[in-house]
Design a protein around this ligand. Sequence first.
Ligand code: BJW
Ligand code: ZN
Length: 258
Amino acid sequence: MIPSSLLTALRSARRLVVFTGAGVSAESGIPTFRDALTGLWQRFDPAALATPEAFRRDPALVWGWYEWRRMKVLQAQPNPAHHAIAELARHVAEFTLITQNVDDLHERAGSDAVIHLHGSLQQPCCFACARSSTTPLAVPNEPEDGRRVEPPRCTHCGGRLRPGVVWFGESLPATALNAAFDAARRCDLLISVGTSGVVYPAAEVPHLAWTSGAVVVHINPQAAARQAEREFVLRGPAGEELPELLRQAFGRALGARG
Ligand code: BJW
Ligand code: ZN
């Protein structure tokens, strides 16, 4: 049951921010970050693989893990949650989509100008000289879980390429972070979808919106109960809750045109 006060707030919002985490891609078959190590990868701790120290220690292990994840993303399709977010953008004067995800499913659902706080699986850079690689990554051959893959070399300095993502202890891209904080401070309503909210500084985004006076909505099957005024919780999968929110607020089913 979606509260009518939330529907009213969404209909009257002029500046809307959607902030997403791994849960938005879960129904596309992409494991969430803290479930990501299925199969053989269960032997490893994701937080211990997503660090510069892990790459320095065992580059083939880390590159192999990311190749396995890149393969899963290539095989996946955007789900109704990604499509509903792209559709929501058409109903407000100003829309900002901020994601912590390193997949491209928002873009493939039709969202543009997506702010990627934690980088992208598709844009490797050099671990030694930090230059972005201009050589497109090949489609990975079915990497098995746990397979070690030697990273390609930088065409400029010969160093190892690394995934173009933000690891623990690394700074987020300043332009993306500033744009995200700015949008959060200015918005009327923020929808936070499918994130555990434990990783900083990204986790500050919904909080910043709330302290700046916005209505904040959490969509997550595991969401905690509502804790504050101007806060709403839709406890359920994003692929069901977001299309329903869109339908009830704007009377549109996904896929309807005109
Ligand atoms: C569904 C669903 C469905 C399921 N529908 N929902 C302040 C306090 C404490 C610590 C720190 C702090 N500031 C900085 C830190 C340190 C650290 C940090 O935050 N640590 C905490 C874990 C304690 N942060 C950093 O190191 C950051 N850098 C930094 O701060 O630099 C400055 C600095 C440098 C040096 C010293 C000090 C400061 C960098 C963070 C980079 C995070 N990178 C990762 C990996 C990216 C690459 C990769 O993907 O491999 O980003 S970690 C991982 O977590 C990934 C995610 O984007 C991120 C967030 O995870 P997310 O999206 O929330 O996913 P899950 O899996 O946690 O949750 C999924 C949710 O979906 C669950 O709630 C489910 O219920 C839900 N769900 N199905 C809707 N169908
Ligand atoms: Zn290099």
